[in-house]
Write a protein of this length. Sequence first.
Length: 209
Amino acid sequence: MPKATNRSAALSSRIEALAAEARACTVCAPVLPLGPRPILRVSATARLLIVSQAPGTLVHASGTPWTDASGDRLRGWLGLTPAQFYDGARIAILPMGLCYPGRLPRGGDCPPRPECAPLWQARLRVAMPAIRLTLLVGSYAQAYHLGKGRLDERVRNFSAYLPDYFPLPHPSWRTLGWAARRPWFEAETLPALRAHIKTLLEERDHGDD
């Protein structure tokens, strides 16, 4: 067996073992209102990594990330069909919190459980050496990977974080009002984002020939 094939098989085996370990995690079980159900999609060949917040109730029920209105909005931002978005060979999805964290007393989801990211982010990321770009979706992902800062400034100055990261707001319904007050997001950020995604996925297609 060629060395490249051996390496590919070893990488795939490693990420599959780590993903299985993550999906079996029960560290936060005592404080999760719906119980543990870690949700992630990772692969050794993915070029694009989406680091998001945490699953909501619909995603917890489905077991598939971004199966809600926020997911529809995110796919629109990226310019991807559901089939493209869920192509695990190309795109990995790794929330800051792998399980649904519950609701805040005044509404809205709780922050991702603080135990989760230190356990899984670095371990899973290092097992995905083909990642070329990481989308940091929302303030929790950005704070963890970039440190303290203002979401607005990061999203508007996205080019400062390339080629490694592309900061984005969370695509919840609240973002509709946020974007309406910031026309540069639709006019400048999203076209650049789609161009980067298109180039990235086309590079992978050519590399598979």
